[in-house]
Write a protein that binds this ligand. Sequence first.
Ligand code: ASP
Length: 336
Amino acid sequence: MLSLLLTFSCQQPVKKEQPQEPTFGIVIHGGAGTILRANMTPETESAYRKVLAEAIKVGHAILKNGGSSQEAVEKTIHVMEDSPLFNAGKGAVLTADETIELDASFMHGAQLDAGAISGVRTIKHPISAAIKVMENSPHVMLSGAGADAFAASQGLDIVEPEYFYTERRINALKRVKEAESKEKETSSLEAEFIKHQRYGTVGCVALDLKGNLAAGTSTGGMTNKKWNRIGDAPIIGAGTYANNATCAISATGWGEFFIRSVVAHDISALMEYKGLSIQEAAHTVIHDKVGGMGGDGGVVGIDWKGNVAMEMNTPGMYRAHMDAVGNLNVKIYKDE
Ligand code: ASP
């Protein structure tokens, strides 16, 4: 009986295998959606590949030098938040009121510590604000003006809201509003285009040499969002999750479906409770669960052994992986 009690009181997830040789790895995404070769110029495509490579190399160098997965995730995401190509930080999409509302979250796999911010308007690097919430507040999630004020009190870079605006996103909002106003006549091609405008979130997951997993996600959310809509990106368990016993996950896609499917935690849970591999778990959740409900998007993930998943049910997802040896894979289209 005592042994039975002990078994039940030790509910910490147990790694079934022996500890391995320390290794490290990093995976990133820059959003999933209707990313088609037909709509891409060679210049645009190479611009995306260049920033993805630049970003992941920053994190890889940190990990290679024995730095933490937390720092790797934060610094890698900064590069993508600074790039106007992605829907995070500079270049974020606009709300229906032509404002910017940024969401981000971060989770550390050792103690299941987490932090998140939602609907912020002045923080240059939202991912850093999420990390500060985790480290320096008694809370997990802050929102709106309070989150902006907290970030300022932490000494983070604060910018004028205008900093985030780009012509591309202003035009995208116009087109989405026009399409919305004549919704009934909208062709399926236009509908696809509108969906595409919604994606471009960035995320990073990493495993460091100490065996710590970390995950972070940063986004402007969806073009034309209303009523302070919040997506999955700042929701721990939906858009972001990390647990040293299983994996680190960052998601991108149609947020409402990712919240309802609790995507990131579900992948971890399938590994923890059912013994699935990270690839099997990510495939099941993205295709059977999210896809089964009618949602679309993708995830990147890395497990405690350095195995990775880059799964999507969209035509493309900006993504890259770099392993401990330094092999770099940058991909855009699903069939790559
Ligand atoms: N998941 C994000 C959201 O719903 C959008 C994206 O991934 O691009 O806010």
